[in-house]
Design a protein. Structure first.
Length: 128
């Protein structure tokens, strides 16, 4: 397995849609965008730890502010297929099932991506 050296390279927030690099990237290094940090940035998403569906009402993301499929040369090549699949899945799932999370409010991992620590253990109940 190849090991990479990681060092934090901080960006100022997306204030005025501009990212300003405030430290130097050594030659030959790879740079990863930590998308969780973008999606948890309170300057973009007020109260990012709260589940507020209403934030999506009329939401027009600023450049670089919404990166579920990453960006740049490693953008997910099947983002459109994935969105279609998720839409179809949710349609049937929400009409027919109820999901009851076993550990609501449990611990969340923020690195490398946002995940419930228990992998979202839940009971799935058929409602019709
Ligand atoms: C909701 C579903 C999905 C999400 C959130 C997602 C997200 C992502 C993200 C963030 C990356 C970039 C990873 C990186 O920066 O290294 C990626 C890459 C990739 N995704 Fe997806 N993806 C999804 C579904 C899919 C599906 C359905 C396929 C194929 C049918 C797919 C195929 C790929 C491939 C091949 C790459 C690597 C692209 C490359 O490195 O050139 N993804 N995806």
């Amino acid at each position: 397995m190849r090991h990479y050296e990681y060092a934090p390279i901080f960006f100022q927030s997306f204030e005025k849609q501009k990212m300003k690099l405030i430290s130097m990237i050594p030659q030959g290094w790879k740079v990863l965008v930590w998308t969780s940090a973008v999606h948890m940035d309170p300057e973009i998403y007020p109260n990012p730890k709260e589940f507020l569906l209403s934030i999506w009402n009329d939401f027009i993301p600023k450049a670089g502010a919404f990166l579920p499929f990453s960006t740049g040369s490693s953008t997910c090549p099947r983002a459109d297929l994935a969105k279609l699949e998720v839409t179809i899945f949710l349609h049937y799932f929400l009409l027919n099932y109820k999901l009851v999370q076993l550990n609501p409010g449990g611990p969340v991992n923020y690195f490398p991506s946002l995940d419930p620590a228990d992998n979202c253990l839940a009971k799935i109940i058929k409602i019709r």
